[in-house]
Ligand binder design. Structure first.
Ligand SMILES: *Cc1c(COP(=O)(O)O)cnc(C)c1O
Length: 389
C-alpha cells in the first residue's frame, strides 16, 4: 500500500537570503559570536519591535533566564506565571533558584487569564515593607510572567496594570508571537523586558536562537555583559562576576537576518491559512476553530482547534491518531505545568481551564509553506474521521 505524503506539524521555510548571508560568514571567517550579522540581527529586531535595545542569545530559554535575572528574580523568590505553556519559562525560573506559582488560562483564545492572576494577587498576597508576600509560602513574589501562546498575544495591557498595581516586575515571553500585534503594538512591547525564540519550529528561525528586547539601556548592557561570561573590556581575561556563555553566533544571526526579511510575507501567509482553516472547519459539529480577540492581530503561529468529544464523536487524542494514519501530524497542547513532574510541588491556583485545553485542544499543521491543497486534505480528513451515527 502506498502511504499518503506526510504533512508535518511545522517545518521551516528558508527561501530568502539565508544561503547568501551564511556564505558571507564562511567566506569572511566571521563565524563566532562576534560579527556583523549579530549586530544587524539585533538592530533589525529592535526596529521591528519598536524597542531601543535587543540582545541576541543562544536560545529563547537563555533569553528568559537573563530577563528574569535582570528583573531582580533571585533564590527563594516567586514568579507568578501561567500553567499552560511550553516548559522553558518555568525552567528558567528554577535556574535562578526561584519558584513558579501557576495560574490558569482562559478558554477563548487559550491565553493566560489576567483575571486569575489578579485573583491570586488580591487574595493570596499581602504587602509588607515594600515587598509583595505570598501569604501561603511567606516568600516574595518578584515578577509576573505574561506569555503569548500559539501566535496570539496575551492580554498585555491587563498584565501591565496588574504588575503596576502590585509592584512586581513584568516580563513578556513573546517566543511564539513574533509578528503579532496587541492593540496595534508589536508583541515584545508589552513589558519592560521581553524575549523571543528562534527555535526550529518558530515562525522566524535560526535553528536555535533567542533575543531579549528592552528600552532600558542599563539592563541591556548588563545582559550583554552577563551573556559573554561577564568579561571585562580589553585583552585581559578579567571577569567581574560569574557570567554565562549565552551569545548567538554570527552564522545563526545571518540566518535570522534573512528570515526576518521574510516575516511580513510569512504573517500574511499564516493569516490567509488561518482564514482557510476557519472557513473549512466551522461547519463540523464539535470542532471549534481558533479565534482572535478584538484587540489582537495574531500570526496563528500554531493553528489550534478544540475537539468536543460528545459532539464530534471522538476525543482529541483519538482524532490525532486517526489523522496520523492519514499522514497528517497534529499535536496536543503542553501538559500544564502544575501537572508536570518537572515542577512537582509548585503552588498552583485553580488551573481547571488549562486541564480542559490539555484534554481537548489539537494543533493542526501550521508550516508557513503549507499549501491550500494540504489544508483541504486536513479539513477533509477531520470531516471524514467523524463517526456516523
Ligand atoms: C519556544 C519557546 C521558548 C524558548 O525556547 P528555546 O527552544 O529555548 O528557544 C520559550 N517560551 C515559549 C512559550 C516557547 O514556545
Amino acid at each position: 500500500m502506498r502511504l499518503p505524503p506526510q504533512i508535518p506539524l511545522f517545518e521551516p521555510l528558508l527561501d530568502g537570503n539565508e544561503w547568501r548571508y551564511v556564505k558571507g560568514c564562511l567566506d569572511t571567517n566571521w563565524i563566532s559570536s562576534v560579527g556583523p550579522f549579530v549586530e544587524r540581527f539585533e538592530a533589525d529586531m529592535a526596529r521591528r519591535i519598536g524597542a531601543r535595545h535587543a540582545v541576541a542569545t543562544v536560545n529563547g530559554t537563555a533569553a528568559l533566564h537573563m530577563a528574569l535575572l535582570a528583573s531582580g528574580v533571585g533564590p527563594g523568590d516567586e514568579v507568578l506565571m501561567p500553567s499552560l505553556t511550553f516548559i522553558a519559562p518555568a525552567n528558567a525560573v528554577r535556574y535562578l533558584g526561584a519558584r513558579p506559582v501557576f495560574f490558569d488560562a482562559e478558554p477563548d483564545f487559550f491565553q493566560p487569564d489576567p483575571a486569575k492572576a489578579a485573583r491570586f494577587l488580591r487574595r493570596r498576597c499581602r504587602r509588607s515593607r515594600g515587598r509583595l508576600i505570598n501569604k501561603d509560602s511567606g516568600r516574595t513574589v518578584k515578577a509576573l510572567l505574561a506569555i503569548d501562546l500559539l501566535g496570539h498575544p496575551a492580554d498585555l495591557g491587563a498584565f501591565r496594570a496588574l504588575a503596576q498595581d502590585h509592584g512586581v516586575a513584568l516580563v513578556e515571553d513573546a517566543s511564539e508571537s513574533l509578528g503579532s500585534r496587541y492593540r496595534g503594538a508589536a508583541t515584545g512591547k508589552g513589558a519592560p523586558v521581553a524575549t523571543f525564540s528562534f527555535n526550529g519550529n518558530k515562525l522566524v528561525t535560526t535553528g536555535g536562537g533567542g533575543m531579549l528586547v528592552t528600552d532600558d539601556e542599563s539592563l541591556a548592557k548588563r545582559v550583554r555583559h552577563l551573556t559573554t561570561q561577564a568579561k571585562g573590556p580589553g585583552t585581559e581575561y578579567i571577569h567581574d562576576q560569574v557570567g554565562y556563555n549565552y551569545r548567538l553566533t554570527n552564522v545563526l544571526a545571518a540566518l535570522g537576518v534573512a528570515q526576518l526579511e521574510r516575516l511580513d510575507d510569512y504573517t500574511v501567509r499564516k493569516r490567509r491559512a488561518a482564514a482557510r482553516y476557519r472557513q473549512g472547519l466551522s461547519d463540523i459539529p464539535g470542532i471549534t476553530p481558533m479565534r482572535e480577540a478584538r484587540w489582537a492581530r495574531s500570526t496563528f503561529w500554531m493553528y489550534t482547534i478544540l475537539v468536543d468529544q460528545r459532539r464530534y464523536g471522538l476525543d482529541a487524542r483519538t482524532l490525532l491518531a486517526g489523522l496520523a494514519s492519514a499522514g497528517i501530524m497534529t499535536r496536543p497542547l503542553w501538559q500544564p505545568m502544575h501537572l508536570s513532574p518537572a515542577h512537582a510541588g509548585a503552588q498552583s491556583d485553580g488551573c481547571a481551564t488549562a486541564e480542559l485545553l490539555f484534554r481537548d485542544a489539537l494543533s493542526l499543521p501550521s508550516s508557513v509553506g503549507l499549501t491550500a491543497a494540504q489544508q483541504d486534505r486536513v479539513i477533509a480528513s477531520i470531516k471524514k474521521l467523524r463517526p456516523r451515527r
